[in-house]
Each structure stands twice: as C-alpha cells, then as structure tokens.
Design a binder for this molecule. Structure first.
Ligand code: 5GP
Ligand code: MG
Length: 174
C-alpha cells in the first residue's frame, strides 16, 4: 500500500535555526555551571546530538531510558525506568532533554527522579511542546517549537518502530 501524503511541519532548516537559538541561550545560562545533559532515549537522541553541538560550555552527557506502560502513542500514566542515569550527578546542573512534552507525565517523573539523585539544579529542554494535552503542571524551561494537538513523526520521533531517522518533523494527511 502506498504511504499517505506527508505534511512537513518542521523542515530541517527550521529545526537547525531554532536549535542554534536555544543552544545560544543555554550557553549563556550555563556559562558558570556544571552542566550535565541527560538525554531521554530513544526519542531525543537526534535532537540531543544536534543540541549539544550548539552548546559551547563543557558538558557531561548521559542517557536514560524510560518507558510508559500501555498504548504506544500516548503515556499511560505510569513511567518505568528501563535504564537509569549512568553517573553520579550530585552537584551537577542537569538539563533533561526530550523530544516532546505531551501529557507531561514522563518529564515530571524524570525531573523528580533526577532531583532525588542530588542534582544541584534540574531544568528541561524539549524540541516540541504540545501544551493542549497537558495533564501534569509542567512547562519546559527551553523549547524549540510549540505545536497543536497532532501526532507528529520524524527527527527522533517514532511511529511504531520506524521513522525516527526522517530528518524533518511531519504528520500524514488524513
Ligand atoms: P508524555 O509523558 O509527555 O505524555 O509523553 C511523552 C512521550 O510520548 C514522548 O517522549 C513521546 O515518546 C510520546 N509522544 C507524545 N506525543 C507524541 C507525538 O506527537 N509523536 C510521537 N512520535 N510521540 C509522541
Ligand atoms: Mg519518547
């Protein structure tokens, strides 16, 4: 079967430009801090790779994997740690990086967890924010794009097992 038509919502150029802007802000904000970038797998691996190259302060980088039980397109409300923070982050200024904040359940959970591990400060950075779907009161500290309530794919975001390697963000026409 032929694939439905793709709507490109965010082009490679748009993403690149916005990451440069956010990277500059982070560079200024973390100039005198002990930055630890915590990238949440798998969704943020591409965003995090581009973001850290736009940040010009020394940064330690680690990865954490969570999963939410239930339906794959939305969080079910229960977050499970699959792979925990791999370093002692006591005293670090941790920046949690994810692909998207949707209900907010994942980011809220990870933020509390990182705080409990003794980080000096904890902030959050996402490629996409979908505020209309929020069920938990959390607002990302750094955000590249705010989007409508549409399921988006590409640039790290998956549909099923695939499409993470598409270099732009899109959805399919109905
Ligand atoms: P939350 O816990 O904020 O509801 O969900 C966060 C996770 O849900 C994201 O890390 C992502 O895996 C998934 N998610 C939420 N919205 C979308 C979307 O529009 N597209 C894709 N591919 N995943 C999404
Ligand atoms: Mg995800």
């Amino acid at each position: 079967m032929e694939e439905k038509k793709r709507n490109i919502l965010l082009s490679e150029d748009q993403i690149k430009t916005e990451i440069q802007r956010v990277g500059k802000t982070i560079t200024e904000d973390y100039a005198d801090k002990k930055l630890y970038v915590l990238s949440l797998l798998r969704g943020s691996f591409i965003f995090a790779a581009d973001l850290v190259r736009a940040v010009e302060v020394p940064a330690k980088i680690g990865f954490m994997t969570t999963s939410s039980y239930g339906h794959s397109e939305t969080s079910s409300g229960t977050v499970k740690i699959v792979n925990d923070v791999p370093d002692d982050i006591t005293g670090y200024d941790v920046l949690i990086v994810d692909d998207i904040v949707d209900s907010g359940i994942t980011m809220d959970f990870v933020k509390r967890h990182v705080e409990s591990l003794g980080a000096k400060s904890v902030k959050t950075c996402v490629l996409l924010d979908k505020p209309s779907r929020r069920t938990v009161d959390i607002k990302p500290d750094y955000c590249c794009f705010t989007i409508e309530d549409v399921f988006v794919v590409g640039y790290g975001l998956n549909y099923g097992d695939y499409y993470r390697n598409v270099p732009y963000v899109f959805n399919w026409e109905a």
